[in-house]
Design a protein. Structure first.
Length: 285
């Protein structure tokens, strides 16, 4: 986000030695009182006027509830504030979905967080959790996105799915939907499908990168979800291809890269993040 010209105030919901994709990690989890204290400091100095709030991985229900209170207060300060929420709860492995945060976060996301969010970026499993509805076809996915719109957000992007891609099994489908209500009350919905080449490795942090870049590119192209998603997904591809290439070199011929070797090559991808060459096109549905 900083590379793309945003002034960012970062609050780390956790301070860990490394991400949890490694065998071991040590560190602290920020609680809601500590979050509140940091926010109070910003408020006392009257530097709590923001254009965007972006949230990701959270493990604690009271922390998440505090985020909602803060977002609501910030929206009172600036009614144009856009809250981008990546509802990080779980994912599917070999077709089976499982949560990697405590189960009691789901009702907080569903009932409190999503209604105040403007843009949400769940994966397929998280979209199913939030709506209580399974996705088997693209039609199901579009209906689930409509259900999510009805809960509050104007923009919904299902960042990854196990749907069959028209381009074939080597591609991963993401779907986006942007619903706008015009001044005369009529609603226009723009929907897109993006198919990107699968990369055979498990990366950590791709969801965070996706949400941050979607925030940036929807800011720069506010009424063009197609272009915003093309730039986001193309930049992701550049980062992942560079990462896997570098990881394989480090691991050596015939060895599987480990977590350290698969750390996203963010710094090396600065140019691609700033100005991604469009290598993935979106289809308007």
């Amino acid at each position: 986000l900083q590379v793309l010209g945003f002034e960012v105030d970062t609050v780390n919901s956790v301070q860990f030695s490394n991400h949890t994709g490694y065998a071991h990690w040590k560190g602290q989890v920020l609680n809601s009182d500590e979050l509140h204290e940091l926010y109070e400091g910003l408020k006392l100095n009257k530097v709590n006027r923001y254009d965007y709030v972006l949230t990701g991985y959270t493990r604690d229900t009271s922390f998440l509830a505090m985020v909602v209170d803060i977002v609501q207060e910030l929206k009172e300060q600036n009614s144009n504030l856009v809250y981008v929420c990546d509802p990080v709860m779980g994912d599917k492995w070999n077709g089976e979905g499982s949560m990697y945060v405590p189960k009691d976060l789901l009702p907080v996301y569903r009932d409190k967080v999503v209604p105040v969010a403007d843009i949400i970026t769940p994966n397929q499993f998280e979209a199913e959790l939030l709506t209580g509805r399974k996705i088997y076809t693209e039609k199901d996915a579009l209906e689930v996105m409509d259900m999510l719109h009805a809960m509050g957000p104007e923009t919904v992007v299902i960042t990854s799915s196990d749907l069959q891609a028209p381009l074939g099994n080597d591609y991963l489908i993401a779907l986006g939907s942007h619903r706008k209500t015009k001044a005369d009350g009529t609603r226009i919905t723009q929907r897109i499908r993006v198919e990107s080449p699968k990369v055979d490795a498990v990366f950590v942090g791709t969801g965070d990168l996706f949400a941050a870049m979607l925030l940036a590119w929807t800011h720069k192209h506010p009424n063009n979800l197609k272009v915003a998603c093309e730039k986001t997904v193309s930049a992701m591809q550049h980062v992942l291809q560079r990462t896997i290439k570098s990881a394989k070199v480090q691991a050596g011929e015939g060895n599987k890269p480990n977590s350290a070797q698969l750390e996203l090559r963010m710094v090396q991808s600065k140019k691609d993040i700033e100005n991604p060459e469009i290598i993935v096109k979106a289809t308007v549905l």
